[in-house]
Design a protein around this ligand. Structure first.
Ligand code: SF4
Ligand code: SF4
Length: 433
């Protein structure tokens, strides 16, 4: 019995919950505390629930709903004066809840397929890309929209269908290179993390990222053996699966002798920089994971460091920036995207009040907690509208779709657009220095 309690305490990172001094500084930073208005749905409240569950004062199931309603945005961690490692506490709680959850055989099989086959297989991701491309180009999309057939999709997927980007053709995606040389003299050799969804649905953004890096003076290697970063696995408590993916990625990049490992999705980047934590108890992988995490950079950081782009084309737009939470609160990347935006001649930058606050996308939070997510998004859009911006720039595919959804909810489709930072920069047509 006491062995089981000790194991639960370890899994729940019980010791770390004592770092919380109950000051409440994190409460105003928490979007779910703002919209749900309950202590149990604040960072402090969630930490207390985890602590009480570890001590056996409440059943583990009592913490399920508040934990599942947490965005995992980590804004609480940034403002916490005692540096509480909320991310670790949250992932531990999710892992315990995942182990205890009773699921039907059908549910388990579906989850196994989604997490162990779909996201991890390049073949499946290509098939999704091909099917979406065919749907968009064959006229099926127009028929489905005109006849209202999209509304029968479950989980509000019709809303997301409406904001999907145009997917690149199978031919374009098949011809992805393994190496792209620097334009001009090479200053760095970098490995590029193409991601899973990013590479099929946001292929053009990946292409633009590689092009910008090359124009700025980096030789870009794209290892074929890489796989999904494991963020969705980790955020749903499937830590063992996340570890396997991390190992595959570490192996794929460590033979390439690169200076940096570059990604363009805030959520994936946050996962990659924490591979060292994920594998810290595995003596065979601990050091290798540390090397990997140390080399991981968001593309905005590498482009800023290279300082190899010159912008001549004037873009006369009012631009605002919505940061990816994981980029800001986990990767701690704040200044570089703004520095790059300010290099573009002609733009008027309008700071969004609360740009550091989650938009409600949070991985698949907006799919599984749609109503809660939309409440958070509506608050975000109030602030966005205040900026009077024509263009919202962001740094993560989930945030991008969520902002597009927000534009649609506000009826601003003809006035405002949302773009990934690299797509905005490539549009501004920078040339190598
Ligand atoms: S700010 Fe940190 S110490 Fe204070 S209540 Fe929140 S988590 Fe606890
Ligand atoms: S991670 Fe975000 S939603 Fe969750 S408790 Fe912290 S601030 Fe609130």
């Amino acid at each position: 019995m006491s062995e089981a309690i000790d194991r639960l305490k370890t899994q729940l990172h019980y010791e770390k919950t004592f770092d919380c001094v109950q000051c409440g500084y994190c409460l105003p930073a928490c979007p779910t505390y703002e919209t749900m208005g309950k202590e149990t749905h604040s960072p402090r409240g969630r930490i207390n629930l985890v602590k009480m569950a570890a001590e056996g004062k409440i059943g583990v199931e009592t913490m399920r709903e508040p934990i599942e309603k947490c965005l995992g945005c980590r804004a609480c961690q940034t403002v916490c004066p005692t540096n509480v490692q909320y991310g670790e506490i949250l992932e531990g709680a999710k892992s315990v809840l995942e182990d205890l959850e009773e699921k039907s055989k059908k549910q388990r099989m579906t989850e196994n397929f989604i997490f162990n086959e779909l996201f991890t297989s390049r073949r499946w991701m290509n098939l999704i890309g091909n099917a979406t491309w065919f749907y968009q180009k064959s006229g099926l999309q127009a028929i489905a929209r005109n006849t209202g057939m999209t509304s029968i999709a479950p989980l509000h997927l019709d809303k997301f269908e409406a904001v999907l980007p145009e997917v690149a053709s199978p031919f374009e995606r098949r011809n992805s290179p393994g190496l792209v040389k620097a334009k001009g003299s090479s200053k760095l050799r970098v490995g590029f993390v193409r991601g899973c969804v990013m590479d099929s649905v946001f292929h053009q953004t990946n292409k633009n990222t590689i092009e910008l890096l090359s124009r700025a003076g980096a030789e870009v290697v794209i290892p074929k053996a890489q796989t999904c970063c494991g963020a969705l696995h980790s955020h749903t408590g499937k830590l063992e699966e996340a570890r396997q993916l991390a190992k595959q990625n570490i192996e794929a990049f460590e033979n390439e002798k690169v200076d940096y490992i570059v990604n363009n999705a805030g959520g994936c980047g946050a996962m990659l920089v924490e591979y060292d934590q994920l594998l810290k108890d595995d003596p065979d992988w601990e050091m290798r994971a540390q090397h990997f995490s140390k080399k991981t950079r968001d593309v905005s950081v590498v482009l800023t460091e290279l300082d190899g782009l010159e912008f001549h084309h004037s873009v006369n737009e009012r631009v605002t920036y919505q940061s990816s939470c994981h980029m800001l609160h986990v990767q701690k990347v704040a200044a570089e995207p703004l520095e790059l935006l300010r290099k573009v001649p002609g733009i008027t930058y309008r700071e969004m009040p609360g740009y550091d606050r989650c938009c409600g996308s949070a991985g698949i939070y907006n799919i599984v907690n749609y109503e809660d997510s939309m409440e958070i998004l509506d608050l975000k859009m109030e602030k966005t509208v205040e900026t009077k911006a024509d263009t919202i720039v962001t740094t993560n595919p989930g945030c991008l779709l969520q902002m597009k959804l927000g534009i649609q909810r506000e009826g601003l489709e003809n006035k405002v657009r949302a773009l990934h930072l690299v797509d905005f920069l490539i549009e501004a047509n920078p040339q190598p220095k």
